[in-house]
Design a protein around this ligand. Sequence first.
Ligand SMILES: [Zn+2]
Length: 692
Amino acid sequence: MNTDSPSPSGNEPHRRPYSAAPRRPFNPRGRRPFRPHNQHGGPHMDARAPQTTPAAHGDLREPAALMSSGAPREHAPRGPRPPQRRGFRPAGGRGFGGGRGGGHFRRPPSMPRQPVNEPEARELVMLPPLSEDMVRVIPLGGVEEVGRNMIAVETPEGIIISDAGFQFTRETTTPGVDYILPNTKWLADNKDRILALFITHGHLDHIGGIPFMMDRIGNPPLYTQYLTSLMIKKRQEEYPHQPQLDMHVMDVGSSVILTNKAGRTLTVRSFPVTHSIPDSMGISVATKHGNIVISGDLKLEHEDGVPSDKEQRVWGSLGKEKNILFIADSTNAEKEGFSIPESKVYATLEEIINSVKGRLVVGLIASNFERMIRIIQAAEKNGRKVILEGRSVKNNIDIAQLAKLFDPKKGTLIPAEAINDYPSDKIVIMCTGAQGEDAAALMRIATKKHKSITFNERDTVVLSSSVIPGNELGVQKLKDNLLRHGLTIIHYRSSDVHSTGHGNTGELIWMRQQVNPNFFMPAYGFHSMLRNHANAQIASGFPRERVIIPDNGTVIEITNGTELLVRKEKLPSNPMMVDGFSIGDMQEVVIRDRQALAKDGMFVIIATVNLRSGTLKKSPDIISRGFVYLRESQGMLAEARLLVKKSIEDMTQGMNPIDLEMVKTQLTDNVERYLFQKTSKRPMVIPVLIGV
Ligand SMILES: [Zn+2]
């Protein structure tokens, strides 16, 4: 991912703090005891039974003795509904939790699947056994998005996986979901044949999925370089219930010979690449007819477009081998030429440190180890003290010292409380939050929530990162808050204070030319990035018919190193979601309910029906949340009660015995229609009928 992007211990640009520990053993609204999703559910009552606590939101509600009267109907999609789904309910009619409000249960064999939960056809794909001369490459994630990178390489000896990332989510599309993972179903089905997982570097879009998927895919041996191993370990501490990782640290440029159960071996070689985090590598899987080369995230170390000697050596050596397929990073493939080299950034930052008169504050992404180290070293040279703010900056500077990446002079790093012990031109504050994250250090200081540091007009703030798409509003808010202090901001648009971790097309073309593969596949990015990357390679002379632009789950087969087949069927690729404690790919109904609730709220009707006469015992109770302000809607409420009463009594007339399920379906329709007429809103209507 973009260096400017969430990083393992980086200040993450989205809402959630890095402490990615499973979040939800508590109920954020403090109203209901926590109950995990009954995801595998058999019969269970809806954990979200309507509330009877006293009014909290000004909604009027009328407490009533509550009980769920069995199986409310399955919840159909919003908007116009397919008629055949009306009144759908499981055979037997009782006992499936959910209904309008729920629905995350395991479907018994007799129940038809909901169309929203597939892509079904894809999930049934069984790949035929591999021939001796064939290799399969399957990007499982990260080729239709920035994030959740994972590529599988299947050879006759077994399966190699490159990376296990996750992706952050957006509240609007997946409300409440913590992270999105690649779909690992195929890997889980074939876990006996997985030889190893290689992790190219320590960014979250490459390591983030590890705690959530290792168990599922059989906890295969994990190979990576030293710094990445430290970051994985650190993260793993937050998930103590996961199985112990079988992690092996690779030396730079070393190879691993893997042996399968039949005693056959497969060699995977690593090669060092330049990225925004140290110990980044690519891998080359040696198959019978040549190598599958996977770049990992990378750029080139270069001067004015001339790659450094180190790069020439690494790529030159790769090019000496027979390479079947080159898979490369597309994150910056929408930019031409060569990216700004990091050395230019160091020079600019050093110049700023030397020239700024007052305190200097640098906001950055904490996974940018080398940049942080260079800033500390430049501060030392300039006689400045450095204050570290933000957990991930502190963590990563600890890791950097542990990994012996640098050794700051004693007394250089000082605590924030000591800020007033030094003149302001002797202070550098290095902190998280350049992406405008609410909880990060920079925003806390800017909004005067920090206990030791307050900004003033003599301060200079450097935002040493670009803005990750999606974070624009947050960064805008940050800048506004900073400028209220009258201070000076230096950012990447006005000065070379940031460079990306991903190569532009000039670099990518150079690498591909060095590798000289038979086939080329762009990876890591949205489809537009992949397409741009492909076009750039084609424009530089690579044959169009040898380029594969994949989707998640695309199955690529290469026989004899020269014959390409992209299969029509795809492996399952619908994202798996981390939602509190549950992980799975079958929760669309839950997500849909959340979206519906967020949009129009809920409307619960509770009525006690005399099962002999079909009449109501008393006027029905109504509870609502997030729909309309009921105190000001008394007229509508009274009408709704009458409608409920009339609907139930009309329907039960002559019905023998009285089938409350059928009554509920019709009642829901009537009430939905009425509320829509009155308000132009479609709250989730949940009838609870109690037969006595
Ligand atoms: Zn990265």
